[in-house]
Design a protein. Structure first.
Length: 475
């Protein structure tokens, strides 16, 4: 496997593959990991993914809940503002709200986990071309020898060199023509208990300064008029802060990283060409509003990782990979729309932003054999909820690279069921008493925590397992 790009997407994919026993070469154009905070919010569903990948404790220790917003007017605190609709944890969803961790720290944690699993990153490898044939992919670089791999994944960002080399179009729109400045800075004169917001005044754009937990830094975000070119230097950022807040220029003591961008929403026309897949920003570019970009990207990797591993290890037919674009492209489109609506003030940062409701009903991999279910009932394709019954915690049972055969409220899945599942690479069998979140029945949980097959009994489960391992899989 070749993974181009060592951002959160590429690293999450490499970690997932490594724990499945699949080696991946991760190449990165830059000389080191990305240094900025940029995508700093991890949504509850992403926290579940990171839990499964073995890094939740490190992520939790490195971050904190988002601070309450503090609105400033003329140098005076004018009141607090909640950036996100609040939600508490539940039995089925143990992680309640977004967790703030600077992107650079998330990447460090994933890179450390990858090293723990025997993998690594090759820096300073700029891709210049990619070709493929019936047996594999050949990638060429500005320096060094070409790389030959069975499959490749483009995780190299919104300006993806892989996407351009493949000739895949990117369709989208400008969400806001006003340039945005994002910087990690050191500032004195502000407390670290609030996300400080300075509304527009005297024709200037807004300014927001958020403390980054676990560091001495603040993330600064400033909006400019259309056509402006933000000054990323220390003096330029000092002028912006002094003009838009009660702070003095010298209160900004250091700029550690800075970038400017124009918020846009765009999606690749395809997420796959032959043996090459697009994931993360190479496939979809979001407005930062609502914190959906990094999270959607990590979940691309999580969806793709187990499928690639199964095919590369000979445990599934190659047509299983067709389901990646089928499942993730509609999700990316929905999340792009949500980010854009939040940016324009047309939607709140509420339940949808937590991404716990994302599912794959209707996918070729989602087989629901029960009939007459109400729309709100848990069905094949949905995320499988957590919960504890009979001393068994479901997320503990799901965690890992295996499938899980979950029987709820019935004595067993039926005679011969385990033999029927032999085509699958690894299956853990779990039985629990009746649990209202599921209802009574038999559920086959995929390695990525979604329900692949559901039924009142196990009748038909053998055909599902056989299709995964054979040419009948389609997408």
């Amino acid at each position: 496997m070749l993974i181009v790009g060592a951002g959160p997407t590429g690293l999450a994919l490499a970690v997932d593959l490594a724990r499945h026993g699949v080696a991946a070469l991760v190449v990165e154009r830059a000389g080191s990991l990305f240094p900025g905070s940029r995508g700093k919010g991890l949504q509850p569903r992403t926290l579940e993914v990171l839990d499964d990948l073995g890094v939740y404790e490190a992520v939790h220790a490195a971050g904190a809940p988002y601070p309450v917003g503090m609105i400033w007017q003329n140098g005076t605190r004018a009141g607090e503002h909640r950036m996100f609709d609040e939600a508490g944890p539940s039995e089925g969803a143990p992680y309640a709200g977004p967790w703030m961790v600077p992107q650079w720290r998330t990447q460090e944690i994933l890179a450390a986990r990858l090293a723990e699993l025997g993998g690594g990153i090759t820096f300073g490898r700029e891709l210049t071309g990619i070709e493929q044939d019936a047996d594999g992919v050949t990638a060429r670089f500005a320096t060094g020898a070409p790389v030959r791999a069975r499959y490749a994944v483009a995780a190299d960002g919104g300006r993806s060199a892989v996407r351009r080399a493949l000739g895949i179009g990117m369709t989208g729109e400008t969400v806001d023509p006003s340039p945005m400045l994002v910087a990690d800075v050191r500032i004195t004169g502000l407390d670290r208990d609030h996300w400080h917001v300075f509304p527009p005044a005297d024709g200037a754009g807004f300014l927001a300064i958020c403390p980054l937990t676990g560091t001495a830094d603040f993330q600064l975000v400033a909006q400019f008029e259309e056509g402006a070119e933000p000054d990323l230097s220390l003096d330029g950022i000092r002028k912006v802060v002094a003009a838009r807040s009660h702070l003095a220029p010298e209160d900004v003591t250091e700029v550690r990283w800075a970038s400017d961008f124009r918020p846009r929403a765009a999606m690749a026309d395809r997420f796959r060409v032959g043996r090459v897949f697009l994931a993360g920003d190479s496939a979809h570019v979001h407005s930062p509003a609502g914190g959906q970009g990094l999270n959607t990207s990590v979940q691309d990797a999580y969806n793709l990782g187990w499928k690639l591993a199964a095919v590369l290890r000979g445990a599934a037919h190659a047509s299983l990979l067709d389901s990646y674009e089928e499942e993730r492209l509609p999700v990316a489109a929905d999340m792009l729309g949500l980010s854009t609506r939040i940016h324009r003030g047309e939607a709140r940062r509420g339940e949808a932003t937590r991404q716990l409701g994302i599912g794959y009903r209707g996918s070729a991999l989602a087989v629901e054999t029960r009939t007459g279910l109400p729309e709100e009932a848990l069905q094949a394709g949905d995320r499988a909820p957590d919960g504890t019954r009979g001393g068994v915690r479901l997320f503990d049972e799901f965690r890992g690279t295996h499938w899980t055969l979950l029987t709820v409220g019935t004595p067993s899945a039926g005679q011969g069921t385990e033999a029927a599942l032999l085509p699958l690479p690894a299956v853990r069998t779990v039985r629990i008493p009746s649990y209202e979140a599921y209802g009574d029945g038999v559920f086959l949980i995929r390695p990525d925590g979604h329900i692949g097959w559901a039924g009142t009994t196990a009748e038909g489960l053998d055909a599902y397992a056989a299709a995964l391992a054979g040419p009948a899989v389609s997408g």
